[in-house]
Ligand binder design. Structure first.
Ligand code: NAD
Length: 329
């Protein structure tokens, strides 16, 4: 990298973008990844590194500057008034420490984090009008998603009616539990159909179905963790989750409000151990600045919020990859 010329860097950047765009299309649009997440992440991080070293090579259409998903034209489109962003990720505790230092520097003091499991599924957005579920959508390209309302009607843990006549919007992860995933693949095997590569792809392939009766048979679940427009008395992420739970949403109760990095590292170690025993897949841990006003103050880049970060579990067989998150785009 040190002695790379601009021309050499440009060639590598173009090659990386072509590869990543193709892989992203397989993953997001076709729900059939061609390479592992780790291979994707390594190439993505190399692109990030090159773009940081040679900022003149950054273009708005680069995958580092936009949310990765594409839209299936067969679905009705839904515009997200509040964009559904991606998330920065790190692969080491040292990088989490650097994230915390950046947050502290920006807000001027230490902060509490709500530390949550990173559920391996796909984002879902739910809109309620006067307490009734009126629309469900995928993240899509972050600004425009796909309308999956008919499908969401068949996901048992999504409330169709809230106990209060709220007009509101919430977000979370739609996932397929490990048992449902194993049963589905066994059944596909019997039918001679190809197996889904992992529960994330099975969930995406089952939610993004034009025929909602297919979704009905697939036993999808959700964990709701974001309240897009919470009432004024909800001032923190951990409070939002408690209230969403009270309203009947399926929430993940393992999250903890923590401030000290060694407690956060202990949480990571705990779930690195427990991960295989959970009934759903997780691919990391998410740190979210707990205070909603501070989240607003920290804001977002074009692609990721500055107030949250994912620590991704290292695969057992490979060395840890270290990279820096891009903050200034
Ligand atoms: P991401 O999946 O790494 O992280 C963002 C997403 O995490 C959110 O949109 C949300 O859906 C989810 N999430 C789960 N639990 C959450 C929680 N508790 N709080 C908040 N969000 C939570 O980012 P991305 O932009 O969706 O995808 C990029 C990643 O997808 C890559 O790092 C790679 O691992 C994978 N990918 C793989 C391929 C491939 O070919 N294998 C291709 C493209 C992307």
């Amino acid at each position: 990298m040190a002695d790379l010329t601009l021309d050499e860097a440009r060639k590598e950047v173009v090659a990386l973008r072509n590869k990543l765009d193709k892989w992203a299309d397989e993953y997001y649009s076709k729900d059939e990844p061609e390479v592992t997440d780790r291979v994707y992440d390594q190439n993505y991080n190399r692109l990030l590194e090159l773009e940081q070293k040679f900022p003149q090579l950054v273009t708005p259409d680069s995958i580092t500057q936009r949310v990765g998903g594409q839209l299936d034209s067969a679905f009705t489109k839904v515009t997200h008034e509040v964009p559904m962003l991606s998330m920065g990720d790190v692969f080491s505790k040292e990088e989490l420490r650097e994230f915390d230092e950046r947050v502290q520097k920006q807000v001027g003091h230490a902060v509490d984090y709500n530390v949550e499991l990173k559920i391996d599924g796909l984002s879902i957005n739910l809109e309620y009008t006067a307490g009734k579920l009126t629309r469900a959508s995928t993240r899509g390209n972050g600004v425009v998603g796909e309308d999956v309302t008919a499908n969401a009607r068949f996901i048992a843990d999504i409330p169709q009616t809230l106990p209060e006549k709220l007009t509101t919007e919430v977000r979370g992860e739609c996932y397929m539990g490990k048992e449902a995933f194993a049963k589905l693949n066994a059944q596909r095997d019997e039918e001679g159909a190809s197996a889904f590569a992992n529960p994330r792809n099975a969930a995406a392939g089952s939610l993004r179905q034009l025929d909602a009766s297919v979704t009905k048979k697939r036993h999808l679940s959700t964990f709701i963790y974001t309240w897009v427009n919470p009432p004024a008395d909800i001032t923190s992420q951990h409070q939002a989750i408690a209230e969403l739970d009270r309203l009947g949403f399926h929430t993940n109760q393992t999250g903890r409000k923590l401030a000290k990095l060694d407690e956060i590292f202990a949480f990571i170690d705990e779930y690195t151990q427990k991960r295989d025993d959970l009934p759903y897949g997780i691919d990391g841990i998410v740190l979210k600045v707990d205070d909603l006003q501070l989240q607003q103050a920290l804001g977002n880049t074009v692609k990721i919020p500055r107030w949250e970060i994912a620590y991704k579990f290292p695969p057992e067989e490979q060395a840890t990859v270290v990279h820096e998150i891009k903050w200034t785009v």
